[in-house]
Structure formats: structure tokens, C-alpha cells
Design a protein. Structure first.
Length: 140
């Protein structure tokens, strides 16, 4: 299992290429960055979890992640899709990724995860979402 999503992509350095080369499937955890990607573009970004989960601040950096979140929200608006579906659709197009672990606590979380399988992002959209990422310290 690997920590991998649009906000944390350090597995792309070595692990994902190795897994792809060896035919090993990857099961990413926190594919929605502890819900942060699902709330991209939301005016009410605060949740019970975001206020009580100290690991969010450890794993992610709102200042560095802001542009990525804005892009997820833009693609979601353009496609008329929930941000969660866009973020999961991006993840599902990455080499070696087979099945992300989605922590569903509501029916709509399951619905978004299932629907994301059918979302076909264009190469331009995939690049647009990925481009602002900057390498960071490895965190797990």
C-alpha cells in the first residue's frame, strides 16, 4: 500500500515505476488526501475530521496544495462532476494503480468512487491536474 494522490506524489520517484516494471499492482491509501481533494472548490472546507485530524497538517501543505485544489475544482466545474470523482479518475489513470482504498463514511462516497471508474479525463486534463505538483519531503 502506498500513500498516493494528487497532493502527495512522492511514490512516482521510484516505487511506482518499479511496480509498473515488475507487474505489481499498487493500492494507494488516502486517494482523496483525507478528504481534502473531495472538498476542492467547496466554500465550506471545514469538517469535523479536518478540525480534529492532526495528520492532515503533517501530510499536506495548504499553501503548496492550493493551486492543485483550484485545478481539481476547475475540472470538476467544467465536467459538472464532484471533485472527488475528478481526483479519483486522475489516480486511476496512473501507472500500476489498481484499486485505491477509499475511506467511505457516507453513501455518496461510495457512489463517487464507483462513478470515478467511468470518468475519462483527457490527456490535457490529466496534465493540467498534475502540472503544479512540486516534490516534497517524504511523509507516511
Amino acid at each position: 500500500m502506498h500513500h498516493y494522490n494528487l497532493l502527495y506524489r512522492e511514490e512516482e520517484r521510484e516505487m511506482l515505476p518499479l511496480c509498473a516494471d515488475q507487474g505489481v499492482g499498487v493500492i494507494p491509501w488516502s486517494p482523496l488526501a483525507r478528504g481534502t481533494l473531495a472538498r476542492a472548490g467547496s466554500t465550506s472546507a471545514a469538517t469535523a475530521r479536518s478540525g480534529s485530524d492532526g495528520r492532515i497538517d503533517y501530510l499536506y501543505d495548504p499553501d503548496n496544495d492550493r493551486l492543485i485544489l483550484e485545478r481539481v475544482a476547475e475540472v470538476a466545474r467544467d465536467r459538472e462532476l464532484p471533485a472527488a470523482q475528478v481526483a479519483l479518475a486522475w489516480l486511476l489513470r496512473q501507472p500500476a494503480v489498481t484499486a485505491p482504498i477509499v475511506g467511505a463514511t457516507k453513501d455518496r462516497h461510495v457512489d463517487d468512487a464507483v462513478a470515478a471508474v467511468s470518468v475519462e479525463l483527457s490527456e490535457k486534463e490529466l496534465a493540467f491536474l498534475a502540472e503544479p505538483y512540486r516534490p516534497r519531503e517524504v511523509r507516511f
